[in-house]
Write a protein that binds this ligand. Structure first.
Ligand SMILES: [Zn+2]
Length: 303
C-alpha cells in the first residue's frame, strides 16, 4: 500500500523552505510600533490577523533600536502600523527592513484628526504625536485601522467592520466615562503637570491646563533649564499634585516636587500600556486608570 505524504509536510520534515502561501493557517501578519497600537489593532483584527508590537509594554517608544525579534517580525510583515508625527524617531530602521510593497501606515496622520502643537522644548510648535490620549482621536485610529485591514485582506472585511463598530461603541462609552470621572475635579484644580508634556490632546478634550518638564521624550530629559522653567510654572499654577509616567523615571518630577513643595502621583500611562498582569493592560483600562488617578489626585478631598 502506498503511503501518501502530503508534499507540504514532507517539505517541513526535510527542512525545505515552504512558501508562505502554502501554509494552511495563513493569517495576515500585522506589525505595530507600540502597545497602544497593538491593542487597538487587535480589537479590530480579532482572530483574523496575527498582531505584534515592536516595543514591549513599558518601553520608550520615541527612541528604540530594533532587536533581532523585531527584524524577524518585520521581514514577515504584511502590514505595518505606526503612529507618525515623528513619535517613532526610528522609522527609518523599520522602512529599511520591510519588504517592498508592504503598506506602512501612519495611523495618526492618516486618521485626519486635527493636530495640536508640542507645547515646549526643542520641538515646540510641531504637531504633537500623542493624539490617542483623546478617546475621540483613538476612535479615528480604529476607523483607519479597519480601512487598512480591509484593503490588505478584503476577505476579512465583514469581521473587521463588525469588530470596529463594536469597539467604537465601547470607546464612545469610555469617552463619556472619562468626562464623568473628571467632573470630580473643579475648574481651578484642572492643572496637569507631567514629565513629558504628552497630555496635549487629553487636556484639550477634557478641559485641563497642561505642561511638562520637557515637551517631547525625543529631546534631552531633565536639563537644568527645563527644571527651572517648570519650577516657575508650578509655583505660578500651584497644582495639587505632579505626575510621572510609566515609561519615564520619576526622579525629575520628584526633584520639581521637592523644590516646590508639591505632592507626586503616578504613574500615568501614555506611551505604553502596562504589562498584562498590571493595572492598565489595554487602551480602555489605561484611559480609565488615568482618569481615575487624575480625579483622585486633583479632585477635592470630600472626607
Ligand atoms: Zn511620548
Amino acid at each position: 500500500m502506498q503511503v501518501l505524504v502530503p508534499a507540504l509536510v514532507l517539505a517541513m520534515v526535510l527542512g525545505v523552505a515552504v512558501p508562505r502561501a502554502a501554509l494552511a493557517s495563513e493569517a495576515l501578519r500585522v506589525v505595530t510600533t507600540f502597545t497602544v497600537l497593538e491593542d487597538l489593532t487587535r480589537q479590530v483584527a480579532g482572530e483574523r490577523a496575527e498582531v505584534v508590537t515592536l516595543t514591549p509594554a513599558g518601553a520608550e517608544v520615541h527612541e528604540w533600536e530594533l532587536k533581532p525579534r523585531n527584524f524577524m517580525a518585520l521581514e514577515h510583515a504584511d502590514l505595518v502600523f505606526y503612529n507618525g508625527f515623528n513619535l517613532e524617531q526610528w522609522m527609518h530602521q523599520v522602512r529599511a527592513v520591510v519588504a517592498d510593497g508592504v503598506p506602512v501606515v501612519a495611523l495618526a496622520e492618516r486618521s485626519g484628526y486635527p493636530t495640536r502643537p508640542i507645547v515646549a522644548g526643542d520641538f515646540e510648535g510641531a504637531p504633537d504625536p500623542h493624539l490617542w490620549m483623546d478617546v475621540r482621536a483613538a476612535r479615528e485610529y480604529v476607523r483607519t485601522i479597519r480601512e487598512a485591514l480591509e484593503e490588505a485582506d478584503p476577505g476579512g472585511a465583514a469581521g473587521y467592520r463588525r469588530r470596529a463598530a463594536d469597539f467604537k461603541e465601547r470607546l464612545d462609552a469610555l469617552h463619556d466615562e472619562v468626562v464623568r470621572e473628571l467632573e470630580r475635579v473643579p475648574a481651578q484644580r484642572r492643572l496637569l503637570v507631567t514629565s513629558e508634556a504628552a497630555f496635549v490632546y487629553f487636556a484639550a478634550a477634557y478641559d485641563f491646563r497642561h505642561d511638562g518638564i520637557w515637551g517631547s521624550n525625543a529631546e534631552q530629559e531633565g536639563t537644568p533649564r527645563q527644571l527651572m522653567r517648570v519650577i516657575d510654572l508650578v509655583n505660578e499654577w500651584e497644582p495639587p499634585a505632579l505626575f510621572w509616567e510609566s515609561t519615564i523615571s520619576d526622579r525629575y518630577v520628584r526633584s520639581v516636587a521637592s523644590e516646590t513643595g508639591t505632592r507626586v502621583a503616578g504613574p500615568l500611562y501614555v506611551d505604553s500600556v502596562s504589562a498584562s498582569s498590571g493595572e492598565a493592560p489595554d487602551y480602555i483600562s489605561m484611559m480609565r486608570f488615568n482618569a481615575r488617578l487624575v480625579a483622585n489626585e486633583l479632585g477635592v478631598d470630600e472626607r
